[in-house]
Structures are given as structure tokens and as C-alpha cells.
Design a protein. Structure first.
Length: 242
């Protein structure tokens, strides 16, 4: 693996927890518990490799249709994860960011998120960007609404709106767009995840369920990325946008 071509921003759709558990005759919650351990491993490895941003699709706007007991378990798991890991994130210079609307989350979960973000806001290493109650279409619609408000109050002229300006109204403002998207479980779709930001990302689909995904699998995905030619619409291949 070439160190000079490490992707700056990796986004991951962490898919397959439930199927992993069902395949083993376990309750779906066991798959989520195992999946959280893999999240910890990926954060550790991403920091070690010098990746700048790791975006993780943790809870989508569509996940509310799941059984209430499973949703409550996910909230408790997030609370527990943040209470255990925030101190370690500070020690390892890791910053927590989120994208999505967490207003509908339980009060304890919202507090855990806010506290962790506040405590890690001065960290300057890896950014862990958790997508929570996130959907790309709602994100884009929200950006359009905010831009409309700004135009109506005279903050800027609509003719000055461009891609860079539009991006500043997204949850990922001030973040680099992903270079590489990884999706586990063999599914080959984006599932309403970062549709704007993934425009030029390289896509990597792994057949393993998320609980079976390892640090070595992450390295394999990065090596695959490094062997691709990225043109961004140009004739000559480029490894990255400078």
C-alpha cells in the first residue's frame, strides 16, 4: 500500500449487521454489538493510516421503520460508545462530527452527542463524521430551503450561487468530499448516502458483512483505490485533486 496515495476522506456504508447475526442464529442486536467493535477498529486504523476524515453511515432516516426495540438498542449503544470513547478520542486527537437531524433522538443520546462534540472540538487529527438520522435527499432539500431564505433576505444574489457556495449549506461544509466509498454486505447501491459529496468518489463494494470487516479489508479497499485512474472528467489520469 502506497502511503502517498492514501485517500483523505473515506466514507463507509456499514451494512449487514442483521444478516450476520441471523446467519449465526443470533438476535439482530448481537450483530449491531459486533458492528460497533468494528467501528472502533476502523477509527483506530484510519487514525494510524493518516486518513483525514472517516464518515460512517450509522443511522439513516429510513431506519425508523425498524422494530422499536432495535432502535432503542442502537441509541443505548451510541450512548455507551460515546461515554467510553470520548476520553480516548481526545487522547488520540480525534474529533467527532455528525451530519443529520438528531432532534428526534432521546434526550440522553442528544446530550451524549453534544458533549462528545464539544469535548473533541479542538482535536486536529482524524475527523470521525457520524451520519445520524441522515438522508442525502433531505440534506439537499434543506440546503435549498436555507439558500432560498438567504436569497429572500438579500444575503446574496441567486446568480452568484455555484457548487462551492451550495456545498456550504450541506452538513459536510468545510469537509473534503470523500475520495473512496466502501459498502459492505455485497449490496451495490448508495442508499441515499452523501449523493452530492460522492460525485467523484471511487466506489468499493465488499461482500463481507460489516461485523466481519477487518483492518486488512480496509487496507485492501485502499489498495484498490490506489490502483485506479482518477480523471475527474479530464483526459489524463490524476490520483487526487490538489
Amino acid at each position: 500500500m502506497l502511503e502517498k496515495d492514501i485517500p483523505k476522506h473515506i466514507a463507509i456504508i456499514m451494512d449487514g449487521n442483521g444478516r450476520w447475526a441471523r446467519k449465526r442464529g443470533l438476535h439482530r442486536t448481537e450483530g449491531h454489538r459486533r458492528g460497533i467493535k468494528v467501528v472502533e477498529d476502523m477509527i483506530e486504523e484510519a487514525a494510524r493510516l493518516g486518513i483525514k476524515v472517516l464518515s460512517l453511515y450509522a443511522f439513516s432516516t429510513e431506519n425508523w421503520i425498524r422494530p422499536k426495540s432495535e432502535i432503542n438498542m442502537l441509541f443505548r449503544a451510541l450512548d455507551h460508545f460515546l461515554s467510553r470513547k470520548t476520553t480516548q478520542m481526545i487522547k488520540n486527537n480525534i474529533k467527532l462530527r455528525t451530519m443529520g437531524d438528531v432532534d428526534s433522538f432521546p434526550a440522553s443520546t442528544k446530550k451524549a452527542i453534544i458533549d462528545s462534540k464539544e469535548k473533541t472540538k479542538h482535536c486536529s487529527g482524524l475527523i470521525v463524521n457520524l451520519a445520524l438520522n441522515y438522508g442525502s435527499r433531505p440534506e439537499i432539500l434543506n440546503a435549498v430551503k436555507e439558500i432560498t431564505k438567504e436569497v429572500l433576505r438579500g444575503a446574496f444574489d441567486l446568480k452568484d450561487l455555484n457548487e462551492e457556495k451550495f456545498s456550504q449549506f450541506l452538513y459536510t461544509k468545510d469537509l473534503l468530499d470523500p475520495d473512496l466509498l466502501i459498502r459492505t454486505s455485497g449490496e451495490v447501491r448508495l442508499s441515499n448516502f452523501m449523493l452530492w459529496q460522492l460525485s467523484y468518489a471511487e466506489l468499493y463494494f465488499c461482500k463481507k458483512f460489516w461485523p466481519d470487516f477487518t483492518k486488512e479489508d480496509l487496507k485492501l479497499a485502499i489498495e484498490d483505490y490506489q490502483n485506479r485512474e482518477r480523471r475527474f472528467g479530464d483526459i489524463d489520469a490524476r490520483k487526487k485533486i490538489v
